[in-house]
Each structure stands twice: as structure tokens, then as C-alpha cells.
Design a protein around this ligand. Structure first.
Ligand code: PNS
Length: 158
């Protein structure tokens, strides 16, 4: 059986937590497609840059690809012929958010399976929101985001 999972998110920007999740998902599934949402929270980076930075972060990781997406997640799952969706959970707040999203998604399409991986404790404090805050104040990014992202964003003013 060919197991293809989608990993959706805003990834504004991709963090070390996201990267860890992709690596772990790639050991569980034959193919992982990271799908970067076109719309969502008001953020920092445009869609093209979010996709490019995630691609640079997973370069060389077998079975992983990164693509933009717009529209409903359940439609994207069907379009790509995937069998499941993977998401990471860091906190109780994440759990509650995932619970409501999965509930709505299940009402939209009953045949998608959702897989949740708990964030590693040492990475669980990292969020894109806090990374954006560190960025705006010129803080060090090396322990928060993959090296290509730190290189691309360091020194830029937002
Ligand atoms: O990284 P995020 O911002 O938590 O990701 C949220 C995302 C992109 C997975 C979610 O907003 C999403 O699936 N958006 C696509 C639109 C959709 O399907 N909405 C209905 C279900 S919540």
C-alpha cells in the first residue's frame, strides 16, 4: 500500500518544529506533501517565499515535496490522492484547535484520516508567531528555524 500524507499549514515561516514533524512523518509514510496555505492569518512572508523556504529546508529529504495550496484542505487531499493529513500538537491550545478543525473537516468529507504527532518537548515552545516576533526585533534565529531560513531572514527588516 502506498501511503501518501499531506502536511498542511501556513508555515510563516517554517520552524525547527515543523521540520522535525516532516522528518518523523516521512518515516511513517511513503510520501509527504507539505501543502502551504495561500490564505490564513495575516502574516509576514508571501506564499512564494514560504514555499521556497520550506523547500530549501527539506532539500535532500527523500519522499518529501512542498507545494502551495488554496481552497479547502479536504479538496486538496482528494485532488492529490492522499490518504491522510498529519498535524503537530504542542500544547493543549493546539489540541483544542485541531479538534474543532478536524470536526469541521469530517463534516465536509468523511473519508480523510488525521494523524497527530506530539511535538518533541525541546521544540514545543517554538511557534511561527513567536519567530515572527523575534524577527521583528532582530533576535537570533538559529535555534528556532532551519539554517536556510535563518540565513534568508537574518538582517532583513519587517
Ligand atoms: O499553520 P496553521 O495556520 O495552523 O494552518 C491552518 C490550516 C492552513 C491547516 C487551515 O487553516 C486549513 O486547513 N485551511 C484551509 C481551508 C480549510 O480547509 N478550512 C476549513 C477547515 S478548518
Amino acid at each position: 500500500m502506498h501511503r501518501h500524507v499531506l502536511y498542511p499549514g501556513s508555515f510563516d515561516p517554517v520552524t525547527l518544529g515543523h521540520l522535525d514533524l516532516v522528518e518523523r512523518a516521512s518515516r511513517l509514510f511513503d510520501r509527504v506533501t507539505v501543502v502551504v496555505a495561500a490564505s490564513g492569518k495575516a502574516g509576514l512572508l508571501d506564499l512564494e517565499e514560504r514555499v521556497d523556504l520550506f523547500r530549501a529546508s527539506v532539500a535532500g529529504l527523500a519522499g518529501v515535496e512542498v507545494e502551495p495550496f488554496s481552497g479547502l484542505l479536504v479538496d486538496e487531499v482528494r485532488r492529490r490522492g492522499a490518504t491522510a493529513v498529519v498535524r503537530g500538537i504542542r500544547t493543549q491550545g493546539d489540541y483544542e484547535h485541531e479538534w474543532t478543525m478536524a470536526g469541521v473537516n469530517a463534516l465536509l468529507s468523511a473519508d480523510v484520516e488525521y494523524v497527530y504527532l506530539l511535538a518533541r518537548p525541546q521544540l514545543a515552545a517554538i511557534s511561527s508567531t513567536l519567530v515572527r516576533d523575534v524577527l521583528r526585533h532582530g533576535g537570533a534565529l538559529e535555534r528556532l528555524v532551519p539554517a536556510p531560513v535563518a540565513r534568508a531572514l537574518a538582517g532583513r527588516t519587517f
